[in-house]
Design a binder for this molecule. Structure first.
Ligand SMILES: Cc1cc2nc3c(=O)[nH]c(=O)nc-3n(C[C@H](O)[C@H](O)[C@H](O)COP(=O)(O)OP(=O)(O)OC[C@H]3O[C@@H](n4cnc5c(N)ncnc54)[C@H](O)[C@@H]3O)c2cc1C
Length: 303
């Protein structure tokens, strides 16, 4: 007979692992489910410089430290690609590609994945010029010429942020114009003397020297042009990982949560990059994970 867990945490990124630490230390019977390796997205980061307590640390090392912490606490960890999360009466049924589990409560921490541009050498240049996170990596390109690829107001916000750190920022926009949300930002950009926008343009080639990005070739309104580029930021190209069957209320596949990290389903909480919010960072993910764990304790009557 399948045993009943107090809480099942789906996703063992930084958020999921943090929740598991809190719940295990509170004495709950929990299970951490993961479809890949523990650690999630931060494994892709060559260097993290904005996580308190570490002046700098390799993303994979940070993830491995947190995983070790869960294993020292003997958190039960299983491989499994979660295919469905359903609640029947007061019990959650979680089905993976291998097994089915039951639980009194659930924390969803499935994060998101970056959507790559699928350019030649893009993969090998991650951390060597290519970045998917302005807030994380802008500082590595202080006083350099960088580009940012994206098509909405968030790209412009990030371009302005970059312009305060980098020598020059080229914005590569696939569309002929930015939408109405961008009017004020475009006015600000007009007053910045180090931002240039290339409309109706796409990136066609990455040029590198010694495995470091040096320039990009763009198609600018049908004309090919090579521009200097030490850092290329792919802006807001993320896909929330919500591919499994569920009844959770979402906005564009991001889970809507209240201040207690509760969802529309009683007993089901969410934290980290899978939730709809403004800042997608390690610090926000771990903070939300602690809140979600505390909410589970309250829900189960243990707090
Ligand atoms: C290249 C890069 C560099 C970054 N650098 C920084 C930085 O310097 N500082 C910073 O603060 N932030 C940084 N970030 C952002 C940071 O990594 C994320 O905000 C944080 O890791 C989110 O953690 P999470 O646990 O919510 O999600 P994720 O890390 O996405 O983890 C989710 C986990 O859930 C698993 N999962 C998904 N679906 C399923 C399923 N169906 N079944 C089972 N498991 C599933 C995934 O495999 C994954 O392991 C960076 C991100 C990237 C991509």
């Amino acid at each position: 007979m399948t045993s009943l867990f107090d809480c099942i945490i789906v996703g063992s990124g930084v958020a999921g692992m943090t929740s598991s630490i809190y719940l295990k230390r509170a004495g709950l019977k929990i299970l951490l489910l993961e479809k890949s390796a523990p650690g999630g997205q931060i494994n892709m980061s060559p260097k993290v410089e904005n996580y308190p307590g570490f002046i700098d640390i390799e993303g994979a090392m940070l993830a491995s430290n947190i995983f070790e912490q869960t294993q020292n606490l003997q958190v039960e960890y299983k491989y499994g690609n979660v295919l469905s999360v359903k609640k029947e009466n007061a019990t959650f049924h979680i089905t993976t590609d291998l097994e089915e589990f039951k639980s009194k409560s659930v924390i969803i921490a499935t994060g998101r994945r970056v959507a790559k541009l699928n350019l030649e050498d893009e993969e090998t240049l991650i951390g060597k010029g290519i970045s998917y996170c302005v807030l994380c990596d802008a500082n590595f390109f202080k006083d350099e010429v960088v580009s940012i690829f994206g098509n909405d107001y968030r790209t412009l916000e990030e371009a302005i942020y970059l312009s305060n750190i980098c020598k020059k920022v080229n914005v590569i926009c696939e569309n002929k114009y930015f939408d109405d949300n961008s009017v004020l930002l475009l006015e600000k950009i007009n007053n910045c003397n180090n931002i240039k926008i290339y409309y109706n343009s796409s990136i066609v080639k990455l040029n590198s020297i010694d495995q470091k990005l040096k320039s990009i070739k763009i198609n600018n309104n049908g004309n090919q042009e090579e521009i200097e580029c030490k850092g290329l930021f792919i802006s807001n190209h993320n896909i929330p990982e919500l591919d499994y069957e569920n009844d959770i209320e979402c906005d564009k596949n991001y889970i809507i949560v209240n201040t207690e990290m509760g969802t529309n389903i009683e007993g089901l909480y969410a934290c980290g990059d899978i939730v709809k919010k403004n800042i997608y960072q390690l610090t926000t993910a771990v903070g939300e994970a602690a809140i979600a764990a505390n909410s589970v304790l309250k829900y189960l009557g243990g707090n």
